[in-house]
Design a protein. Structure first.
Lengths: 159, 669
């Protein structure tokens, strides 16, 4: 992990609830406008459903709900970022996405300890840019299957 | 040279040649005197040797070389085709197959060939005594080709009519690059002069450049020797031409040492003529089926792109309806028709004959039957039946299981059969055919049939069923028990089957492919396993329904019928909603609540219901409206959403939206 942090990083910047996040460009396939999402029943709450992405059925996750934030109405600026991790193509709904920036390695710091809790897993680091703070996501953790399965079993036992 | 780009081709072609060798060797066993069979085997072995040597797989080249020596002796009749001989030849083909398989899996194609080499050498040297006699006859500088009776007749008749028959030997320059092209030019010249009746090596082999530098042709012409020679020498890169008159009378005598009776010759000739026409037919068949190899992934990409086109077509149709311009409407309609044709072609491209799978069975059956000391003939019907490539890849193993099962448990030994007044040879039939949107594959034997009592006792002993349940089982249900895991009725375990794994694996696999297996049997007459499979895994017929505002697809294969029932017909049993449907109590599932669909409309007095089945069980699914029947392309939900309950996949509708496909099997418990 520390090795990758030593290199400069090109990231896509997106907004979630007034905070800025970044994912590495290599993991991003495309950025789409919001379109019709088909709900898939009996899936975790943050799985919004599937879309037809140029002939490929692609699952969509609402990042707000994945990070336990309050869900909001979709607006003109709402985007779906299609990422590809571990052979999985998944779309992430974000408030807006509008920037690609280079982050020098020395500007990236480890995630602050105080964040705590489960969230710490999917934050890879924090980048300081002038007065902006950018939270770098670890997508592997965002999309962990294990956690999804746990949630599914919890849901199943509740039924 | 980068070998990798040729590797796929090498593997494909090697497999084809090995398969051809297998086929013809088995045919040869049944008909040892048929020369064309051994020639085919020889040709394949020769090509394989060349390819392997080029690619640097020396073990394969060595083994095929040795094999070729033995085959050559069969061809020259210095060795008699016997069962033992074929055993060795077949097992060396098997070793070759293993090595090619190894290469396919990224190995270096080396294998343990010393043992089989020894056997082959033994075969070769064991008959050397016999062969030396023939060698002792002094060989001419070059041998005349072996003419068959048909060709001899043609020759003698032509000479009677004043033609000359020449045997021409031609050598190409060693460094000649386009040998086939030169050969073609030679043939063009010769065909202007007269008629070519024979070429050694055969024309096919010449075209494939399967020769060194020299070849021979036999020509019937009115021209003089010198003219022929001169004309051929005008072609460049030819180093040597020798033209000899063919002495037909001499040949006739050498071919027929004893002058046979007139009638006999004629009969033989006619037979040979028939053979000739058969060979020609084969050639035509091969020539017309020109193919190219395409990676299946490319076909998938093509399919995906095409689906997008279909979606856009749907939108265009919508637009043209709104715009109401006649020109636009006509163009869109034309486009729809063309894309419909295109769809058929793309789907057909993915279809391959099941022959690919069936091909490997004859030898397997032969080996197994020998091991078990049974006499089995395998009959294959409908090998040309086509199936989607994805199904073909999966169906092999289940069929192997069923065939093994039939040979091991199904058919009896020779002694038992004779005691029961049956023909000593038992027969296993492998049959494939299309019916509707399905393909059926049947494995049937004429063996002893399934002993129901034995199955029942075993099932009870293994705890699959209880004694109580035993009373109410129908024949079908008893046979179904064979597919229960952990059940084997073989009295003794054998290497082949009877370990309690097998039939349940078969059933699982087939069901995973969206098909099913049934058994039928008659004591003393035999058993038939019947597999039903969807024609393709990627396209299926569904019924589209609306649940509130959402669209779902239900596979037609699970649907019995649709019905509209009034609220008053719904009864409750144990707090569960049921209806009385054609005399049966069918439980109801309200899809709105089951799939937690946001409720936007109230159900009226009447409920649209789809009756679905799983085996014998049924259920009624309450929906809001039926949209209609449609052919759809099955898509997976991706690697992120795996095992979504009661959803087997998704599809993209004409409006570009995704609809989920309901898995009825998991809805019915």
């Amino acid at each position: 992990m520390s090795d990758t942090l030593l290199n400069d990083l090109k990231v896509i910047v997106f907004q979630l609830q007034n905070e800025e996040y970044g994912v590495s460009v290599e993991q991003v396939r495309s950025i789409e406008r919001i379109q019709h999402i088909t709900r898939v029943p009996k899936t975790p709450i943050f799985v919004k459903g599937v879309i037809n992405l140029r002939g490929v059925v692609t699952p969509i996750i609402d990042l707000r709900s994945r990070f336990d934030m309050e869900e909001v109405e979709q607006t003109e600026s709402t985007r779906i970022i299609i990422v590809s991790v571990n052979d999985m193509n998944v779309g992430l709904i974000v408030d807006s996405a509008n920037d690609v920036i280079d982050i020098p390695a020395e500007d990236i710091e480890d995630p602050p300890e105080i964040v705590g809790g489960i969230e710490i897993n999917y934050i890879r680091g924090v980048a300081k840019l002038d007065k902006r703070l950018l939270i770098l996501l670890n997508l592997d953790e965002v999309l962990t299957q294990q956690e999804i399965e746990e949630i599914q079993t919890i849901e199943a036992t509740m039924q | 040279m980068d070998k990798n780009q040729y590797l796929d081709m090498f593997i494909d072609e090697s497999n084809e040649h090995l398969q051809a060798m297998n086929d013809y060797l088995l045919k040869l066993e049944r008909n040892p005197t048929e020369e064309s069979f051994i020639n085919e085997v020889f040709r394949s072995a020769h090509t394989l040797k060349g390819m392997a040597a080029t690619m640097g797989y020396e073990d394969i080249a060595h083994l095929t070389h040795q094999l070729e020596n033995v085959l050559d002796m069969i061809r020259n009749k210095t060795i008699v085709v016997s069962s033992e001989l074929l055993d060795i030849v077949l097992s060396s083909v098997e070793v070759l197959e293993r090595m090619v398989h190894d290469i396919e899996n990224g190995g270096d194609g080396k294998g343990e060939i010393s043992f089989i080499m020894k056997e082959l050498v033994k075969m070769e040297s064991g008959t050397e005594v016999a062969s030396t006699e023939e060698v002792s006859t002094p060989k001419k500088p070059f041998e005349l080709p072996n003419y068959d009776d048909f060709e001899l007749t043609v020759l003698s008749q032509s000479i009677e009519q004043g033609y000359y028959a020449y045997n021409i030997r031609i050598s190409l320059r060693e460094d000649c690059i386009l040998k086939a092209a030169r050969v073609f030019m030679v043939f063009e010249v010769l065909e202007k002069l007269g008629e070519v009746i024979k070429a050694v090596p055969s024309v096919e082999q010449l075209e494939e450049e399967n020769f060194d530098e020299d070849f021979q042709v036999t020509l019937i012409t009115r021209e003089k020797e010198e003219t022929v020679k001169g004309k051929i020498l005008t072609i460049s890169e030819i180093t040597f031409v020798e033209v000899d008159l063919v002495d037909v009378n001499n040949l006739f005598q050498s071919n027929h040492p004893e002058t046979p009776q007139e009638g006999g010759v004629e009969l033989e000739q006619r037979e040979n003529e028939n053979d000739q026409s058969e060979v020609i037919e084969n050639k035509v068949g091969k020539g017309s089926g020109k193919t190219i190899r395409v990676n299946i992934e490319r076909l998938d990409t093509l399919m995906n792109l095409f689906e997008e086109l279909v979606i856009d077509r749907g939108r265009l149709e919508q637009i043209s309806l709104e715009v109401k311009s006649q020109e636009l409407t006509e163009t869109v309609e034309h486009m729809s028709r063309i894309s419909g044709d295109l769809q058929n072609i793309i789907l057909n491209m993915r279809m391959v004959p099941i022959e690919q799978v069936f091909n490997r069975f004859p030898r397997m059956v032969r080996t197994l039957a020998k091991e078990l000391n049974k006499e089995v003939t395998l009959e294959i019907i409908g090998a040309e039946t086509e199936l989607d490539r994805t199904v073909i890849d999966e169906i092999g193993d289940p069929l192997v299981h069923l065939l093994r099962n039939s040979i091991d448990h199904g058919v009896e030994t020779r002694e038992v059969r004779q005691r029961n007044n049956k023909p000593p040879q038992s027969k296993i039939t492998l049959k494939a055919y299309h019916s509707g949107n399905h393909v059926f594959i049947e494995v049937s034997d004429d063996g002893a049939g399934i002993n129901k009592e034995k199955v029942l006792n075993k099932a009870i002993a293994d705890g699959v069923i209880t004694k109580k349940e035993k009373e109410n089982l129908t024949d079908q249900q008893i046979y179904e028990l064979l597919f229960a895991s952990g059940l084997s009725t073989a009295e003794q375990l054998s290497d082949i089957s009877g370990r309690g794994v097998g039939l349940d694996v078969v059933k699982n696999k087939i069901e995973a492919l969206g098909g099913n297996v049934t058994v039928d049997s008659e004591i003393g007459k035999g058993t038939t396993f019947s597999i039903q499979l969807p024609l393709t895994l990627s396209i299926m017929s569904v019924m589209l329904v609306k649940v509130q505002q959402e669209c779902f697809a239900i596979p037609l294969t699970s649907i019995i019928e649709t019905a509209i029932i009034s609220k008053s017909e719904i009864l409750t049993v144990h707090n569960r909603k049921v209806i009385n449907f054609r005399g049966k109590v069918v439980p109801l599932v309200d899809l709105t609540t089951f799939f937690e669909v946001p409720q936007t409309m109230e159900q009226g007095e009447f409920y649209p219901v789809i009756i679905v089945k799983k085996g014998e069980k049924m259920a009624g699914l309450i929906v809001n409206s039926f949209i209609g029947q449609q052919e759809i392309v099955l898509k997976s939900l991706g690697n992120y959403l795996i095992n979504v309950f009661a959803i087997s996949g998704a599809t993209i509708l004409g409006n570009g939206q995704v609809a989920l496909i309901i898995d009825c099997n998991s809805l019915i418990k």
